[in-house]
Design a protein around this ligand. Sequence first.
Ligand code: FMN
Length: 391
Amino acid sequence: MNLLIHDLDEKEWEEIAEDYRGWEVIAPSKEIKPCVGCFGCWLKTPGQCVIKDGYDRMGALIHQADELVVMSKYTYGGFSSFVKNVFDRSIGWVLPYFTIVDNEMHHRKRYPEDKKITVIFRGNDLTKEDQADAKRYVEAVCRNFYGVIKDIRFDELKTEVAKDISIEEIEREEANVVAFNKTILLNASLRGENSNTGKFLEKLEGSIGEDVEIINLSAYINRPDELVKALLPVKRIVLGMPMYVDGIPSALLKIMEMLEKTHSAEDKKIYAVVNMGFYESRQIRNALKQVRKWSEKCGFSYCGGLAIGAGEMMGSLIKSINGANGPVKNVVEAIETLAGVIKSSSAIDDIYADAYKFPRSAYMFMAGMGWPKAAKQNGLKKKDLLKRIEE
Ligand SMILES: Cc1cc2nc3c(=O)[nH]c(=O)nc-3n(C[C@H](O)[C@H](O)[C@H](O)COP(=O)(O)O)c2cc1C
């Protein structure tokens, strides 16, 4: 079996459907729910997502496929929100446990094989730099997901996606919008109380002090138009997010695509706070580049990001009294620096904050120990976590 993941509209698909007769096809015709970051695909039903919307078996499908082809609209140097959503829902393809690949922390394989991948991006007027960004991103995904790149192509985008009516409504409303001087910290994690992003943003909120508010994307998940409306008049936005599959989580990406479509003329200063599970904050560079490219596409000013490695540990330490001298020291200092930059509405180069005096081997050991313990609470044994789904 071969597997195709695409985001083509019906007309585009009709033109090529014949070429993919007999393939397993994952397409946007069926509604897809975003990953909520619960790790159920590792700890409750190993290898399968717990959200039963027809996209819950992606890990097994990737395993069964001889080859994977991905067709995506070129979106800020990465995949469109639909294709990204499918990837975010596919982490059951790998195990929760860690290993080192190319001197970076990554997950261990659930299945023995590597997967051949072809990626076809569709976009117009893509520069050499645009193409290089997308290649770097696909390479990172493949390093993370045990993919072997067969080909990466860039095709012309034949049909521009039609505007949503709801977006046109937003544009009309925009005329009445009065810019306000508050800084909005948008928490794009859907993990609620447990969100590390929320903890970093709370710290940032405290350091900024006045005229700042945290908004949770989770509160708007079924009414994204309202979130877009709420963000339109805002002068400074901090996009707070967990890194998912080397990029921006799909739920946030969807909001970013919608904001781009509003063609808002309003100048905005965009900042980002991105945290990740692996150790090396440098792995976040593609996600920050995607935020930068989105800002440029929208006519906003990208004013700097903070990349946080070992996010799960940093999130639990950020509020500790001894934080100033512990592993979270670099993160605390970076948040204070970023707060100063935001307060003065200025810009800064991206900051990469890694664990302070806390070795990678210790972090990996600690993090690895946590998985069987967590699974035990769901009645699973250690060996259950290694389950392979063969059909
Ligand atoms: C679907 C999914 C994909 C992820 N992909 C990555 C990844 O590519 N690299 C990484 O270091 N961490 C990855 N993580 C781990 C999260 O970035 C990490 O757990 C983060 O601390 C979660 O932040 P939050 O609590 O604010 O949601 C992923 C987590 C999920 C649920």
